[in-house]
Write a protein that binds this ligand. Structure first.
Ligand code: PLP
Length: 367
């Protein structure tokens, strides 16, 4: 007796994908990026599953790091945006965190604070993303200052982020890379540059550390799959069931606004999943779904608690039949979250992080 919608998290698949990240970059160490509650998969569960193979984890803010420490995670944790206020330094110190430093005020705060142990620091340079970081002209001075402050900072790395590592056109990536290469040479700095697409496709960006994120969850960030991304295993399966079936003649509208009209006499399955669960309301008619292990499509606008699918060509589908919104069906067929995202004019990241707390997570595999 329960609403059938769950998000199943396959922790063995997570480990498999993490190992692929390491395989892509055997000379680098890979920090597993588990910000935003591990892209919606549950940060503590994911960190526990990776603890024995991942040397460090990365999160966006100190609250996420606290959650991990409270969950018993003892591995190093990097704050990708560093501190947001100077008073966070006491906790950085107490919890043994590593931090990015991207602004002058953060440097001043770090130098004004006397940590019990020097803090590992990743100095962020803006090599062309134009979001966070010191300009290439200024980063040398920051680097020298922190290098001279051994009681405050240790294990300095030069960190940067790519704007276009996922694109086939590598022009802008190469401009960023050229700035980084020359800085790395001047400073003799170990590097931490690569996100998932650069880990997968740009070996020249591999550094002492890489920062794979979305690929750990089995989503392919590249424009075209490569030999590694074809081996990804989906980590999250958003699974529900058919709760009602409608038999309709041709020409009948289905759902709000009557956006979809039955093109023929049709069977419509009503599925317990809607935008109130995080399924994207932008999903167009034709967005793929798996019903009873077969591909079919969304038919009609997404409601808050339900959505409708065309099951005319799946006669065995009935009340109780399995529906997979993305992930792996019981018969093994996979519907990649990336494919669903394209039909919603978005990216896998928003779908995965968008699954709401109303949807129970169920973990299996390594735990
Ligand atoms: C989120 C994030 C990553 C991981 O990016 P993916 O595209 O998910 O691999 C890496 N570095 C930084 C700074 C990030 O914020």
């Amino acid at each position: 007796m329960a609403r059938p919608l769950i998000a199943e998290i396959d922790l063995d698949a997570l480990r498999h994908n993490y190992r692929l990240a390491c395989e892509c970059a055997p000379e680098s160490r890979s920090v597993a990026v588990i910000k935003a509650d591990a892209y919606g998969h549950g940060a503590v569960a994911c960190a526990r599953a990776l603890e024995d193979i991942a040397p460090a984890f990365a999160v966006a803010c100190i609250e996420e790091a606290v959650t991990l420490r409270e969950g018993g995670i003892t591995a190093p944790i990097v704050l990708l945006e560093g501190i947001f206020t100077a008073d966070e330094l006491a906790l950085v110190d107490e919890l043994g965190l590593w931090m990015a430093v991207h602004s002058d005020w953060q440097v001043e705060a770090l130098l004004a604070h006397r940590p019990a142990r020097p803090i590992p620091v990743w100095v962020k340079v803006d090599s062309g993303m134009h979001r966070l970081g010191f300009s290439p002209e200024r980063v040398e001075a920051v680097w020298q200052r922190l290098s001279a402050a051994a009681e405050h900072a240790r294990d300095l790395h030069l960190m940067s982020h790519f704007a276009t590592a996922d694109l086939e056109d590598i022009g802008y990536f190469e401009r960023q890379m050229a700035r980084l290469d020359s800085l790395a040479q001047r400073l003799g700095a170990p590097l931490c540059l690569a996100n998932s697409p650069a880990t997968l496709a740009r070996p020249e960006a591999h550094g002492a550390w890489n920062r794979p994120g979305v690929m750990l969850y089995g989503s392919d960030p590249l424009e075209r799959p490569n030999a590694v991304t074809l081996r990804f295993a989906p980590v999250m399966t958003l699974r529900s069931a058919i709760i009602a079936v409608r038999e309709l003649p041709a020409g009948e509208p289905v759902g709000y606004g009557g956006r979809w009209l039955t093109p023929r006499p049709s069977r419509i399955g009503v599925v317990a999943c809607g935008y109130g669960d995080g399924y994207d309301r932008h999903a167009r008619d034709g967005t793929p779904v798996l019903v009873a292990g077969k591909r079919t499509a969304i038919a009609g606008k997404i409601s808050m608690d339900m959505l409708t699918v065309d099951i005319t060509d799946i006669p065995e589908a009935d009340i109780g039949s399995e529906v997979v919104l993305w992930g792996r069906a019981a018969n093994g067929l996979v519907l990649p979250v990336d494919e669903v995202a394209r039909h919603c004019d978005t990216i896998s990241y928003t779908l995965l992080t968008g699954v709401l707390p109303r949807v129970p997570r169920r973990y299996h595999g390594q735990s």
